[in-house]
Design a protein around this ligand. Structure first.
Ligand code: FAD
Length: 346
């Protein structure tokens, strides 16, 4: 497997800023490994707006966010970074040798000289509805009561489901599961859906068909869960006026979109300020020497949450890390024009 890798720097987060840090480190002769909870590179740019044009990247009057990520990956490639995707960095701990051990949710273990946290606003995860006892019903497999994704449709055969939300995910899964579930209550806070018009039309057709398991429950919001010992038996929904209705159900599937969550980073003992990591702006070092933060997650007076500020912070952190890892070898620094880049010429 991936376990026990040794490198100069681990970068937590493969968004635009983490990717550019590979280049800046590489130019100083430092190797890097990146870890990201998403399945692909690019952070917010790729996950949230790949087809939107960005207008404030120097030198590009207009570039699609997804294309910017391709370019950044291309710029990082000569330095052969290791990518560890679909895994969250869980712990960062000092070693006896004065280095760091970084461990991911997939069991990847990396020994490194410094850590750069380029985690944006945190790892992406589902938006959870604010319901008491929600966590008791979460889990995986057919026995669980609350699911944020459908990994196996068969798990829902002959089940009574409550699907909540008014977007594409809610409607796509309603349509997909309607041929095997025993019952599907579609709960939404208003009678207007944000999903693709064909999906809305098809869902309404099913809701009008007495032979289909789909029933529209609008305008209602999720109100409470009932069950015992982690087994869901019902979902209470309520109108804005507070009228409550009990839906008998085996599973709740809330589809309220993705959000970012600082997650384990909050437990690494670093100084936080309103969800961001406080850094010294000259070196982007956090309150723990050897751990740096750049991009959206870094905060200092005057910080702008822009991609271009993140690029500059990547350069500052790379230089500070070089000095830290090579205390006896002052940097012989050259412009990229003089030095060149492997594979791209000088
Ligand atoms: P992110 O892009 O947030 O990437 C962070 C990555 O870290 C994520 O992939 C996340 O999964 C990962 N991560 C977090 N925690 C962990 C962990 N524990 N383990 C593993 N991985 C982890 N900026 C501009 O400059 N110009 C614009 O025009 C512009 N337009 C925007 C439009 C929209 C719709 C949005 C949403 C943002 C826009 N932004 C724009 C902001 C810009 O996208 C962010 O500033 C930029 O993405 C920050 O990059 P980053 O690399 O710091 O973090």
């Amino acid at each position: 497997s991936d376990s026990r890798i040794e490198t100069d720097v681990v970068i937590v987060g493969a968004g635009p800023v983490g990717l550019f840090a590979v280049f800046e480190l590489g130019m100083l002769g430092l190797r890097a490994q990146l870890v990201d909870s998403l399945a692909g590179l690019g952070g917010q740019c790729q996950a949230l707006y790949p087809e939107k044009p960005i207008y404030d990247i120097p030198g590009y009057p207009k570039i699609l966010a997804g294309e910017l990520i391709e370019r950044l990956a291309e710029q990082a490639a000569p330095f052969q970074p290791g990518y560890h995707l679909e895994q969250r960095v869980e712990t960062v701990q000092p070693t006896e040798a004065g280095r760091w051990r970084v461990v991911s949710s997939a069991g990847t273990e990396i020994d490194c000289g410094a850590v750069i946290v380029a985690a944006g606003v945190g790892a992406f995860g589902p938006n959870r509805p604010p319901l008491d006892g929600l966590y008791d019903y979460e889990g995986q497999g057919p026995g669980a009561g609350v699911h944020y994704l459908v990994s196996r449709r068969e798990d829902f055969r002959d089940k009574r489901l409550v699907i909540a939300g008014g977007g594409d995910s809610a409607l796509d899964w309603t349509l997909s599961l309607s041929d095997l579930a025993a019952k599907i209550y579609v709960v939404h806070r208003r009678d207007k859906f944000r999903a693709a018009p064909e999906s809305v039309r098809e869902m309404r057709r099913l809701a009008d068909d007495p032979a289909s398991p789909v029933e529209l429950v609008v305008p209602y919001q999720l109100h409470g869960l009932s069950g015992e010992a982690g087994r869901l038996s019902g979902v209470d929904v309520a109108t804005l006026e507070g009228e409550v209705r009990r839906l008998e159900a085996d599973a709740l599937l809330p589809f309220f979109g993705l959000s970012m969550n600082l997650g384990p980073i909050a437990e690494w003992g670093l100084d936080l300020e309103r969800g961001s990591l406080k850094v010294d702006p000259a070196a982007c070092e956090t309150s723990t020497p050897g751990i740096y933060a750049i991009g959206d997650i870094a905060s200092y007076p005057g910080k702008l949450k822009l991609i271009l500020s993140g690029f500059s912070e990547a350069a500052l952190a790379a230089h500070a890390i070089y000095a830290r890892l090579n205390p006896d070898t002052p940097l012989h620094w050259e412009h990229s024009t003089t030095k060149g880049v492997p594979g791209f010429g000088a």
